[in-house]
Design a protein around this ligand. Sequence first.
Ligand code: UD1
Ligand code: CA
Length: 478
Amino acid sequence: MASDLTVIVLAAGGGTRMKSKTAKVLHEIGGRSMVGHVLSAVGALEPAKVVAVVGHQREQVGPHIRAVMPDAVLAVQAEQQGTGHAVRIAVEAAGTSSGTVLVVYGDTPLLEGRTLRAFAQEHHAAECAVSVLSGVVEDPFGYGRIVRNEEGDVEAIVEERDASPLQRDIREIGSGIFAFDGEFLADVLPRIGNDNAKGEYYLTDTVGLAREAGLTVGAFPIEDVIQTEGANDRVQLAHLGRELNRRIVDQWMRDGVTVMDPATTWIESDVRLAPDVVLLPNTQLLGATVVAEDAVVGPDTTLKDCEVGAGARVVRVHGELAVVAEGASVGPYSYLRPGTELGTGGKIGTFVETKNAHIGAGAKVPHLSYVGDATIGEHTNIGAGTIFANYDGTHKHHTTVGKGAKTGANNTFVAPVSIGDGAMTGGGAVVRRDVPPGNLAVSGGPQRNLERRVPRDPGPASTGDGPIGDGESAEGES
Ligand code: UD1
Ligand code: CA
């Protein structure tokens, strides 16, 4: 089937109700644009040719489609004169009229490849000139109605504005998704007129024209109607986004992932999870995030394009482009910025921010620290409150801490600087020069305890009256 299949994606419409500078079909749910979801469903059919019709905001939509599906042919519909007109332009651009032609819309993000495949098979099995994917809905307002005769055969599709009161009561609607015999399509397109309420060339008119020619027409109802629903405004976008997420989360649970609270768990389309991953409430896994088995993520965690190793624990974390190896532990309250790599069994702890930081296996940055542009060796422990001062106001510099080092609390490492294997630093050290392996680095003068000259007034009003800290007694440090 695939070898003679052409798919036309209609994406020329305006999308006024989005009230957005971004083209409608580029609005995202589940980490992909709406048209990106449609192209993914279309791609699953491995069609010989995909033609996308672009019009409104085509300077945005065209390059996006090219990026998602480089082989797609772009056809420009400068003026939106209707779906029939759009398909005519697409068929001209495709330059072929043989085989099967599927028509889909670019704004139906829940559409699945297997739905399209089953529809195309029904179309072939019934040997139809044209088939429409239909659906039975509670409120058919605004849709084209499927008009059937007493035998139940499809006679025509009538648009809302052109329908008689009796036809308006029909609850079977056309989804807009069509399958055509290519030769019939090429023949019928020039014969579609625009003598209707909107003055547009309706693709739906092909159904009546096929019937008049005595050809077989099919309407195949889909139960899962939401797959054919488009988002015209942001309320519908959020509705479809929630439903897409529900489907993704359900699928992962069926594949062996424990999700404690599906309603507050968001998993985008390209995320990959292993069995026995546990996701705790309020977790968002975005982009190309991958989580290996037995890892526990959450609660209150957002990971975008991150890799979490087997059995790792990630609690209340915001991370992007970070790698957390097997058995490592992150959080609570950590900010993993791009280029963070935490080794096996390592730890990035509470109120720690990391960026371009390679933290070796078993190494720990447990508390209140900033680690930027750094390499930390295996089994090194970084003291609480350490700042890797990587920025001199103009350039960023690198800090290296060797293996098995133990640095004191409240240190500042002024990059570029290197601390050797097994070295130690004293509390409060400001490390400006390299520390050789095994050495202990201390900085700052010795502690001086100064006797107070004035008897201390124990009352609260005395704050700041004493000599300590008022500068009088400072002798200057060497
Ligand atoms: C269309 C169908 C209707 C169906 C409904 C399902 C027609 C005449 N009507 O109505 O039977 O029930 O979809 O949602 O086909 N587009 C173009 N170029 C155009 C016009 C439209 O690319 O000149 C694209 C739009 O971007 C959109 C799609 O085609 O993605 C549907 O167009 P729209 O005008 O929204 O059709 P409806 O009135 O919703
Ligand atoms: Ca529409």
